[in-house]
Design a protein around this ligand. Structure first.
Ligand SMILES: Nc1ncnc2c1ncn2[C@@H]1O[C@H](COP(=O)(O)OP(=O)(O)OP(=O)(O)O)[C@@H](O)[C@H]1O
Length: 258
């Protein structure tokens, strides 16, 4: 047993299709402490989503090992939450009922599920929109619903794959602030894949930089910003500028979009 929430050890992932063989990841070792917020940045196609799929057990490594809370990952895990770029809500179900889907799939007792949904709706600022249908919600609100659905079962690990990539810049900033607050409230471990260096540095304790394919860890930086991060103030902190410059220098300016 180890004390890590997520442990990826010397992992390689190769995809073999009829047309080509692709080495998506090689020699990847990464350890995440319980309750830590880790962002993963790197150029398109470097294997960021593949890293999340490995952590969730949706994909097995070609070599190496993946452990969650010290336990070897050998198939899809139920003790994780997953948020994608698209909220993927069911159009015919209200916000509340979309969140409850997670409870239905897990056979959670109705009373417990209802209490948890109420708590999450309040936590994510969706109060007043519980009964709205997806087409009545803004993109940011839809992602809040997706976040509630992912957090319903109190997963110790939350995997987020470009969750705010489709939002406009202002909504994205607002969601960054909300996510940091929610993370502090829930104390869950977060692995966030993002193309935005600013988002990675604002949100994370550590940022893992992945090189172009075959993806491997190019470096890891600790973000030495205070736990309480006012968005505007953080952006003008010398440490913020230093961290973003470091990542940009490491990955090459063209590699990651701001
Ligand atoms: N199921 C699959 N079959 C074949 N190749 C795959 C498969 N999944 C991913 N790949 C390949 O593995 C590489 C890494 O893909 P992945 O989606 O992890 O990259 P990414 O860094 O998340 O990309 P992006 O930032 O563009 O979303 C890519 O070259 C991709 O084409």
């Amino acid at each position: 047993m180890t004390g890590y929430a997520v442990e990826i050890e010397d992992v390689a992932v190769r995809f073999r299709t009829k047309k080509r063989d692709v080495t998506a990841l090689r020699d990847v070792t990464m350890r995440v402490d319980p309750g830590e917020f880790v962002a993963i940045v790197g150029p398109s196609g470097c294997g960021k989503s593949t890293l999340l799929k490995l952590s969730s057990g949706l994909l097995a490594p070609s070599s190496g090992s993946v452990r969650l809370h010290g336990e070897s990952v050998s198939g899809p895990r139920k003790d994780i939450g997953y948020v994608f770029q698209k909220a993927a809500l069911l159009e015919w179900r209200s916000a509340r009922k979309n969140i409850l889907l997670q409870a239905e799939m897990r056979g959670m007792p109705a009373r417990e599920a209802k209490a948890r949904v109420d708590e999450l709706i309040e936590m994510t600022g969706l109060t007043g929109f519980e009964d709205a249908y997806p087409h009545e919600l803004s993109g940011g609100m839809q992602q809040r619903v997706a976040l509630c659905r992912a957090l319903l079962h109190r997963p110790p690990v939350l995997l987020m794959d470009e969750p705010f990539g489709a939002l406009d810049a202002l909504t994205r900033e607002q969601m960054n602030v909300e996510l940091r607050r929610i993370w502090q409230e829930t104390k869950t471990t977060v692995l966030l894949v993002t193309h935005s260096i600013a988002e990675a540095v604002y949100l994370a304790d550590r940022v893992v930089m992945i090189t172009a394919r075959p993806g491997t860890v190019a470096g890891v930086i600790e973000v030495n910003l205070p736990k309480e991060r006012d968005y505007g103030k953080t952006m003008s902190e010398p440490e913020f500028a230093k961290a973003t410059r470091h990542i940009r220098d490491h990955l090459g300016a063209a590699a990651v979009a701001e």
